[in-house]
Ligand binder design. Structure first.
Ligand code: ATP
Ligand code: MG
Length: 254
């Protein structure tokens, strides 16, 4: 899965919760952050100092190939083993990189992240990705690993505008098999109707506006830790239920 949508729509909060709930069902989950300003750790409930793939794991690529590649002897599985952070419920978290260091280090980490993600053994991991807000990364193929894109949309005009653009991914050759609309911060039925009308699509799940989630956010508390029995977690859990059979790693998706 890859969560996408406008900035602030709730991608990281939902993705982190989704990843943990999926892991609780026994899946080996790798949570992928492709935002250089990571938000996913807050959704996962893990304290992560910036810990990108380090420089000594990356070397210059061959002529005509990618600019930077993983160093000899380091494969995607080694990157996960060495650098992915352990999170609650057994989720592993792989960070893209930060911008506080030397600027080119970020670029090297970005190439290494991409090589890792696209070279991973797909029978080993269930991938749950969190994209930065907007359309850019999604349109440039950053979530090619995803069978299913989950489009997180708030019932606001700007969020809907972004979502409409992202629906064009339907036509991308390498795009996801399915795009599911996740309505977030829903207050009433009218919110859902507005989203469905504007996107001309049925909403897959309605995640309610939650004051407990907002309150938790003030103290960096993830929904699963501050309000495990609340409606936010219940709806995300329902989304996991719905998607697990369709994307079981052992079942061919047609
Ligand atoms: N259902 C909800 N009810 C209330 N607040 C929510 C809900 N979902 C998310 N939020 C709040 O909305 C804000 C944005 O959430 P989040 O960081 O997950 O969005 P994002 O889409 O990942 O943003 P960015 O594009 O900046 O990465 C946070 O303060 C979060 O606590
Ligand atoms: Mg985010």
């Amino acid at each position: 899965m890859a969560f996408m949508g406008k900035g602030g729509s709730g991608k990281s909060t939902i993705a982190g919760t989704f990843a943990r709930l999926l892991a609780r069902r026994g899946e080996p989950v790798l949570a992928l952050d492709s935002d250089p300003l990571p938000g996913l750790p807050y959704g996962l409930g893990v304290e992560v100092d910036d810990r990108p793939i380090p420089d000594d794991a990356v070397v210059e690529g061959p002529e005509g190939g990618p600019r930077w590649v993983l160093a000899p002897g380091i494969g995607p599985a080694d990157v996960i083993e060495r650098y992915a952070v352990e999170c609650p419920d057994g989720v592993r978290y792989l960070q893209f990189g930060n911008t506080s260091g030397e600027i080119w280090a970020v670029q090297r980490a970005q190439f290494a992240w991409s090589e890792t993600v696209h070279g991973l053994d797909r029978s080993t991991w269930s991938l749950v990705g969190d994209l930065p807000g907007g359309t850019r990364q999604a349109m440039f193929g950053w979530a090619k690993y995803a069978d299913c894109a989950l489009l997180v949309v708030e019932p606001t005009a700007k969020s809907l505008h972004t979502a409409r653009r992202l629906l064009h991914l339907d036509r991308a050759e390498w795009g996801p098999t399915t795009i599911g609309v996740v309505a977030n911060k829903v207050r009433d039925e009218a919110d859902v109707v507005r989203i469905e009308d504007r996107l001309d699509r049925a909403v897959m799940v309605r995640v309610p506006w939650s004051s407990a989630v907002v309150e938790g956010d003030r103290h960096a508390g993830a929904p699963l830790d501050v309000d495990p029995d609340g409606s936010f977690v219940a709806e995300v859990d329902g989304l996991v239920d719905r998607l697990v059979p369709a994307y079981d790693r052992d079942v061919e998706v047609s």
